[in-house]
Design a protein around this ligand. Structure first.
Ligand SMILES: [Cu+2]
Length: 150
């Protein structure tokens, strides 16, 4: 009887150890691809930046903000239909969520990044600029952004 109890304790301890050892903490795994930018037709001092964010991890992450030496500031925008039927854009009032195991495409006519007060000597077709994105959990990720007209 005593041996049985001991064996049970050892087995329980072993299983507990295995469980803790095998359960990875939930975390996002973010990669950013296909970054490119285009000078804005409507706003001479701005440029649009488009890219694909993938999350192969098992927890969501949020894109909070960004920065680039080629821009005075970086804003997260969404494209909206205005009440008069024309398209416009809004500054996002919340972060862009990248779901676990999912991806978010920032594209012309949808969610996108705006380079505000672009530096014309850097943000010009043919140039490649560095863009740093700031994620809530993954921290800073810097990618190259090729500037072109289309
Ligand atoms: Cu915009």
């Amino acid at each position: 009887m005593k041996l049985r109890l001991f064996q049970g304790l050892v087995l329980g301890l072993l299983l507990t150890t295995m469980f803790i050892g095998c359960a990875p903490a939930a975390a996002p795994a973010i990669t950013v691809e296909n970054g490119w930018g285009r000078p804005s037709m409507e706003m001479p001092t701005a440029g649009g930046i488009f890219l694909l964010i993938k999350n192969s991890g098992n927890a969501a992450d949020n894109l909070l903000s960004g920065s680039s030496a080629a821009c005075g500031s970086i804003e997260l925008h969404e494209t909206i239909m205005k009440s008069d039927g024309t398209m416009g854009m809004n500054l996002m009032d919340k972060p862009i969520e990248i779901p676990a195991g999912g991806e978010i495409e920032l594209k012309s006519g949808g969610l996108h990044i705006m380079c505000i007060m672009k530096k014309d000597d850097q943000f010009k077709p043919g140039a490649t600029i560095d863009l740093t994105l700031v994620f809530e959990k993954s921290g800073e990720i810097t990618i190259p952004v090729e500037v072109r007209m289309k």
